[in-house]
Design a binder for this molecule. Structure first.
Ligand code: C2E
Ligand code: MG
Ligand code: MG
Length: 665
């Protein structure tokens, strides 16, 4: 599409050109008309002058003719030679005058005048010559009678008439010239008017074409801006703004038609690791493909939107049957679980769907979205590829979450939320190497609340930071009285990992409590890292500079992307407890654990096994090569007061192994 500004510039230029052309045309027209008028005036004056001169010449011919007649009469009356000589001279003069008159006339008039005048003159002159001959011979009477013959005035009359005809013809000629000039003037004016009109029309047309093009482009640009404002640029789906508007309209429609609609929140299960691993270009192609696949589910006019990242939303409008949106959700999951071929790769993204129904679950757009979001959270928690509809139990959960959020600031302050400690056991010696801090909330009415019930709430609000700092401060203080080789592991959430200032905040707590950074370990989950891997890298580097160690928590559950392991300088890897739980009855789990241990060995990173509940668990992970273990088999997470008691013991198989070692010794 041509850009709009050059068109506008061209239109403006054309308009300027048109103005200049009109101005120039006007000046030229005025100059042309003035010149034309001057020319025609000159021509008119010339014609009039020629007419006057011709008349004067004709008068002179008439005068000379009269004089000739008089001289002939005098010569005839007196017989004197002088009159005769005079007569001869005048005759020559008259002859010349006749020739001169003819010069003023056009060819035919001149010729006619010459022949007529000369004919009449010749007749008169003939008689005069005869009369003079008689006079010269002395017969004055004969001479006089020749000149007084009535034929003579007749010829003279003819002579006079031809002069008058000539004058009249000349006048006609001049009239013709003047009329021709007038016509010429008119045609010049008409030509100017026509040319100016044509030029003006051409310019106007050009301007009109340019203006129309500028208008069209402007309208197109306006439409594009509108589309951009309402559409997600990458996928072409509606954006958040357009979705909100569309949803409101759909709700009013459903309200008046007494029908229903479902808000579907769709989240891609494995988009982030794919995006991180293969880059944004591949990520973008996947998002476009996902958008296309979502368009293929449901009706054409249904609202489909992308809220950003890998978060999609759809609205399904239907009559009454609630199975329709559930089926639509299942279709979406099905379509999105089909591998996406992209740049020669076969990528499986998968999706989870949460939905809330109008009017059953909520009546307004905001509540519908919040409830669909909650249902999505449940769907993701229940495993990938699930479709969950909001239900009343979630409503209670929402209310409970709101209550906990409201109570949390006071609970942090009063230390109702407090650190519990779970020991990490060195499998070689059976001794405690350190503790993981796990938050517990002593709630006045709910009893001991587990982190699963409040950490997410703290993460969603801004309370997670205050909570983490309060727990760390307490934990460091409790650890001060314990042997210095014991480490302390804390968990950081995804929100904290994206905050560049986190390392400094933690350092401030460590300085305040005089706890060495080398004793601290920060546990990060893959899901916390994937949100913004670059930000995470920065924060991790800052921790490393302080001498704080980094452990990758719950490994194997998230995206198990090996790229994190090679890119980020982890000091420990913790295998997620779900593998330990299924170690004995799922061969796959054993394979995964052994692969992770192998990986740790090749990277030179110790592997920690979480969730060790039995001696058998411990035996298997030890055989596989894990060096550290954590789990209820050794100890539940306990409050600080129990720590000295934990340290006094030796744990697990090492307890039995010890006497054997002693015996051998
Ligand atoms: P995590 O970091 O993976 O912590 C280990 C979880 O496994 C703890 O659950 C612990 O009680 C549990 N566990 C340990 N051994 C066993 C076992 O043998 N069997 C079973 N079934 N479970 C075992 P907990 O305390 O409920 O914490 C859950 C998650 O909450 C933690 O997982 C961690 O990600 C998060 N969390 C806990 N406290 C905090 C905190 O202060 N801040 C942040 N950001 N997250 C925290
Ligand atoms: Mg942990
Ligand atoms: Mg863990």
């Amino acid at each position: 599409m041509p850009r709009i500004s050059p068109i506008i510039a061209k239109t403006a230029k054309d308009a300027r050109r048109a103005m200049l052309a009109a101005l120039g045309g006007g000046v030229i027209a005025i100059a042309g008309l003035t010149a034309g008028q001057e020319y025609s005036q000159g021509q008119r004056a010339l014609a009039t002058e020629r007419l006057l001169e011709a008349r004067a010449a004709a008068d002179r011919v008439a005068l000379l003719q009269n004089r000739l007649d008089l001289e002939a009469r005098l010569a005839a009356a007196t017989g004197e030679e002088s009159w005769m000589t005079q007569y001869a001279a005048t005759l020559t003069e008259l002859d010349e005058a006749i020739a001169a008159v003819a010069l003023y006339a056009n060819l035919s008039d001149g010729f006619r005048f010459q022949s007529e005048v000369r004919l009449a003159h010749d007749k008169v002159a003939e008689r005069a010559r005869l009369a003079l001959d008689q006079a010269r011979a002395g017969d004055l009477g004969a001479a006089r009678s020749l000149l007084t013959d009535p034929v003579q005035p007749y010829h003279q009359g003819l002579f006079q008439q031809s002069i008058e005809r000539f004058i009249a013809a000349m006048a006609d000629d001049v009239q013709d010239t003047l009329a021709r000039l007038h016509r010429w003037e008119l045609s010049v004016i008409a030509a100017f008017i026509l040319l100016t009109g044509l030029a003006a029309f051409a310019l106007w047309r050009q301007l009109a074409v340019n203006l129309a093009q500028a208008e069209r482009l402007h309208a197109e640009a306006e439409g594009k801006i509108k589309r951009l404002a309402m559409n997600d640029v990458l996928t072409g789906l509606s954006n958040r703004l357009a979705f909100r508007t569309g949803l409101k309209t759909a709700i009013s429609r459903a309200e008046s038609a007494k029908s229903k609609l479902a808000v579907m929140m769709i989240d891609l299960d494995r988009f982030k690791p794919i995006n991180d691993r293969y880059g944004h270009l591949v990520g973008d192609l996947i998002l476009k493909e996902v958008a296309d696949r979502l368009r293929s589910v449901g009706r054409i006019g249904d609202i489909r939107a992308r809220f950003g990242g890998d978060e999609f939303v759809a609205v399904v409008e239907y009559e009454n049957d609630d199975r329709i949106p559930i089926r639509a959700g299942e279709q979406m999951v099905e379509r999105l679980s089909e591998p996406i071929r992209c740049n020669g790769l076969n990528l499986e993204v998968g999706a989870s769907v949460g939905l809330a129904i109008y009017p059953d679950d909520a009546n307004d757009d905001e509540a519908l979205l919040a409830k669909a979001d909650f249902a999505l959270y449940r769907a993701k928690r229940d495993g990938r590829g699930a479709v969950r509809r909001f239900d009343a139990s979630m409503d209670d959960a929402i209310k409970e979450a709101a209550q906990l959020e409201a109570e949390m600031p006071a609970a942090i302050k009063s230390q109702a939320i407090t650190p519990y400690f779970q020991p990490l056991i060195d499998l070689a010696t059976g001794t405690v190497t350190g503790f993981e801090v796990l938050a517990r909330w002593h709630h006045p009415s709910k009893g001991l609340v587990q982190p699963a019930d409040f950490i997410k709430i703290a993460e969603k609000s801004t309370l997670i930071d205050d909570l983490a700092m309060a727990l760390l401060t307490r934990a460091c203080m409790e650890m001060r009285s314990l042997p210095p080789h014991l480490t302390l592991a804390i968990n950081l959430s995804s929100r904290q990992i994206q905050d560049e200032r986190i390392a400094h905040r933690i350092l401030a707590v460590l300085s305040k409590t005089k706890f060495s950074p080398s004793r601290l370990e920060v546990e990060l989950t893959e899901s916390a890292l994937v949100n913004d891997i670059e930000a995470a890298k920065t924060v991790i580097r800052a921790f490393k500079r302080l001498g704080v160690r980094i452990a990758l928590d719950d490994f194997g559950t998230g995206y198990s992307s090996l790229s994190y392991l090679s890119e980020l300088p982890f000091d420990k890897i913790k295998i997620d407890r779900s593998f330990i739980r299924t170690l004995h009855n799922q061969r796959e789990s054993a394979k995964v654990v052994s692969a992770i241990v192998g990986l740790g060995k090749s990277l030179g990173v110790p592997i920690i096994a979480e969730g060790i509940e039995t001696a058998r668990d411990e035996e298997v992970v030890r055989t596989m090569g894990c060096s550290i273990a954590q789990g209820f088999y050794y100890s539940q997470p306990v409050p600080a007061v129990e720590l000295p008691g934990l340290l006094a013991k030796t744990y697990g198989a090492a307890v039995k192994a010890l006497p054997q070692v002693v015996a051998v010794a």
